[in-house]
Design a protein around this ligand. Structure first.
Ligand SMILES: NC(=O)c1ccc[n+]([C@@H]2O[C@H](COP(=O)([O-])OP(=O)(O)OC[C@H]3O[C@@H](n4cnc5c(N)ncnc54)[C@H](O)[C@@H]3O)[C@@H](O)[C@H]2O)c1
Length: 379
């Protein structure tokens, strides 16, 4: 399989390393990174030189017309993803699209239609690398087989820090180009993993604020979510938190399972505290972690191995456009609830709703901040 990276910026390095790592895996020996394309010719040339990629250029259309790619990794700013992924699917080229796949529910529905109509059975998948570390695979397995019992309570905190300079990149911090703030651009990694563990959500109540950065999106959001299973979770997405961390905690009938990391995890990032009398859960977790059954750390390679195996076999990759839509719908519901001040249920945001076409609700005004009377402090 001949692979092209489109967009030779920051995340392209993770793709180049992972794609070149695929050939060491059984059945994927023929995967080869052959092209780098970027509108900035120097960037394309630099990335190609660094990873010894034989071809580089500036024109996606030319690459597709030449039939020079079997798989296209879309690593450009999010507002370009829909048009570029659609062009590739029409040309019969599989697409691996960086998160967020697209900017809105309207765009993800257009993408789903493009995949349905794709030439030569070309498939879409989205990068959500935290679904694929060994710990996440094990957690989903021990929930599915009943070992952990029902999930009841969860917390999902993305507490990151971005300086004002970070937002000088022109596409960042804007609804029309990045899709949103930390909800769409940063916390989405963690709450995508939350959704992959807890299943469909049914109701969201949220608040968002723009407290400290010159952006047109939020710089913090908080939500509480009820899942179809009955489980309840809180979600915080912040870019204002000097001690950075990413924390997920699941309280199930059998144990508390916690993950703490920053941008990626391995088995040492997980802890399991069994419920009284359920020491078997911790023993089972430890035994499986010590075995060879699971893969390794989270990351692009962990996702690309099963993805390329599926593509090579003509099967559906493990992350589908439906999965991408589920997480984007949760993001849209967080924004709609934050802007409207009202709860939002799954399925509420349909064509005709301003939050269907934009996470910002097409310029919805920020809700007024209620003035809380100052509390007198006795001295
Ligand atoms: N999975 C992750 O952990 C992760 C981490 C960081 C970024 N991302 C995502 O990756 C994507 C890219 O982010 P980044 O930080 O690498 O951005 P970046 O700005 O560093 O790089 C984007 C590149 O795209 C190029 N580009 C712009 N327009 C183009 C066009 N029309 N055709 C070809 N190339 C074009 C730019 O010249 C630039 O080199 C975003 O969707 C971002 O959210 C994912």
């Amino acid at each position: 399989m001949r692979v092209t990276i489109l967009g030779a910026g920051a995340i392209a390095h993770a793709h180049a390393q992972a794609i070149q790592g695929l050939a060491r895996h059984e059945g994927l020996e023929d995967v080869e990174l052959t092209h780098v394309v970027d509108i900035d010719a120097d960037r394309a040339a630099e990335l190609a030189a660094r990873y010894s990629v034989p071809h580089h250029g500036t024109d996606l259309r030319e690459l597709l017309d030449d039939g020079a790619a079997d798989v296209l990794h879309v690593c450009t700013p999010p507002s370009l993803h829909l048009a570029q992924a659609t062009a590739a699917l029409r040309a019969g080229v599989h697409v691996v699209v960086e998160k967020p796949a697209v900017l809105s529910l309207a765009e993800v529905d257009a993408l789903a239609a493009a995949e349905q109509e794709a030439a030569a059975g070309a498939r879409f998948t989205q990068v959500v690398q935290h679904r694929f570390g060994a710990g996440a695979l094990r957690l989903r397995r021990l929930l599915a087989d009943g070992t952990l019992g029902r999930p009841l309570v969860a917390t999902c905190d993305t507490l990151w820090f971005r300086t004002p300079q970070y937002f000088e990149v022109p596409w960042r911090g804007r609804f029309d180009t990045e899709g949103g703030g930390p909800t769409m651009g940063h916390g989405i990694h963690q709450f995508d993993l939350l959704c992959s563990v807890l299943g469909p959500w049914v109701e969201v109540r949220a608040m968002a604020g723009r407290l400290a950065r010159e952006v047109d999106t939020e710089d913090v959001s908080m939500a509480i979510v009820r899942f179809a299973s009955g489980a309840m979770a809180s979600i915080t997405n912040s870019l204002l938190s000097p001690r950075e961390t990413s924390v997920l905690r699941f309280d199930t009938e059998g144990a508390t399972v916690e993950l703490e990391h920053l941008y990626g995890y391995d088995d040492s990032s997980w802890t399991v505290t069994p419920a009284r009398g359920r020491e078997d859960v911790a023993e089972r977790w430890a035994a499986e972690a010590a075995g060879v059954r699971d893969g390794g750390p989270s990351g692009h390679l962990a996702q690309l191995v099963p993805t390329y195996r599926a593509l090579a076999a003509g099967q559906t990759p493990p992350v589908t456009v439906g999965d991408a839509r589920g997480t984007l719908e949760l993001a849209a519901a967080i924004y709609k609830s934050a802007f409207s001040g009202a709860p939002v249920a799954a399925g509420d945001i349909t064509p005709g709703d301003p939050f269907y076409v934009s996470m910002g609700g097409g310029g919805a005004p920020w809700p007024p901040v209620k003035q809380v009377p100052a509390v007198e402090v006795a001295r």
